[in-house]
Design a protein around this ligand. Structure first.
Ligand code: G6P
Length: 369
């Protein structure tokens, strides 16, 4: 078992460090050698069928659902198709409007989650084209979907998903680019720029991992608290959701993720002296707004850790401490910003003496509804 962990203390830590490879393997030959675009040769859906898609539904559970929240932004931004996201256990029961021109994307690391599988079957019954993003070749979800994009993260053992999630993000970027190429919603220069930035991500993840020690110090302090908040806007909100789930799963610290602008409509009442707030602020267009939300919590005594892109000095002045991630395109930042949050949860769980890889009450794959 020690050998399987490749010298790491826990599977989760090993899997966090597997991520640069998981990114590279998932991109693999799907990025054209000239770097001009992507080729998803495995997809059966025709260009004509893509042009007919009038809505996309992304359906998943847990961490995979949070990858889907990022996927919504990515597809809407790159391909300009309206996207809805649903947790799989809700989807079937709200009689969603599904037609043959609906693309339903199910996301599942294991490919065996019962709720997700049931949603897939309902979507197929209604005639939708179903595309699965999964990490397990030959899984139930992979077998039953019309199309599959396999994430090449390798076996994920820790209950808390890390490389499973980030490789799903890479799959969404590839899919978003593929749709954009087919629909002509991005110029060839824009596609080239995104592909170039995508290829830089693995090395940038390595840069973040090299600073794990700094996150450990913060995590040990946070582990003393029983309540904390994650805030962010846009894609940062999606990442905040995942950061909060990760922390709850393995540290058992109560946390909530809030769209930063929504805080003042109720939850701000919970902010008092010393409450830790993790503010994700990687989206350049929203930066000013996020800074004003940071000031709202600071004024109530919160202790704010900012997750910021390098060079944003104005933001750094408004928080108590900052963790800096390398520069990338706004749309790609979730693939970097989530890494410090994974490490934060890992070290907070460790500081609390929990069983990191096997948290109480949870299972790696939930095959009952
Ligand atoms: C379980 C796991 C979560 C996971 C979710 C969905 O609840 O504990 O970590 O995100 O299932 O799993 P899937 O395999 O469908 O991605």
């Amino acid at each position: 078992v020690t050998a399987e962990k490749a010298g790491f203390d826990h599977f989760m830590l090993k899997e966090i460090y597997d991520q640069p490879k998981a990114y590279r393997d998932t991109m693999g030959s799907r990025i054209s050698p000239d770097g001009l675009g992507v080729t998803l040769n495995e997809l059966k859906i025709t260009a004509e069928a893509i042009r007919n898609i009038n809505r996309v539904h992304i359906v998943a559970c847990g961490t995979a659902y949070h990858a889907g929240m990022v996927g919504k932004y990515v597809i809407e931004k790159l391909a300009r198709i309206p996207v809805e996201t649903d947790v799989a256990s809700e989807y079937r029961y709200r009689s969603p409007i599904i037609t043959k021109d609906t693309l339903v994307i199910v996301v599942s690391q294991s490919g065996e989650t019962a709720d997700t599988l049931a949603a897939l079957r309902e979507a197929k019954r209604c005639g939708a084209h179903v595309l699965a993003i999964t990490n397990v070749v030959g899984s139930s979800v992979a077998r039953e979907a019309d199309d599959v994009i396999t994430t090449w993260a390798g076996l994920e053992i820790a209950v808390a998903s890390t490389k499973g999630y980030t490789s799903q993000l890479i799959a969404f970027y590839l899919l978003g680019l593929h749709l954009a190429q087919t629909l002509g919603t991005q110029t060839s220069d824009e596609i080239k720029e995104t592909v170039k930035a995508l290829k830089e991500l693995p090395a940038q993840v390595e840069e973040i991992l090299a600073q794990a020690e700094a996150i450990k110090v913060v995590a040990e302090e946070m582990a003393k608290h029983d309540n904390l908040f994650f805030i962010g806007r846009g894609l940062d909100y999606a990442v905040a959701m995942e950061g909060s789930l990760k922390l709850k799963e393995i540290s058992y610290i109560h946390s909530e993720a809030y769209a930063a602008g929504e805080l003042k409509h109720g939850t701000l009442a919970l902010i008092e002296d010393g409450v830790p707030v993790i503010a994700l602020a990687t989206q350049h267009e929203l930066l000013e707004k996020t800074v004003s939300n940071i000031k709202e919590v600071k004024a109530r005594g919160a202790n704010v850790l900012g997750i910021a892109v390098e060079g944003e000095l104005e933001l750094q002045k408004s928080v108590d401490s900052t963790f800096v991630i390398p520069k990338t395109l706004d749309v790609l930042s979730p693939a970097l910003a989530v890494i410090p949050l994974q490490l934060l949860s890992y070290y907070a769980s460790l500081a609390r003496g929990n069983d990191v890889d096997k948290p109480r009450n949870l299972a790696k794959s939930v095959t009952v509804e």
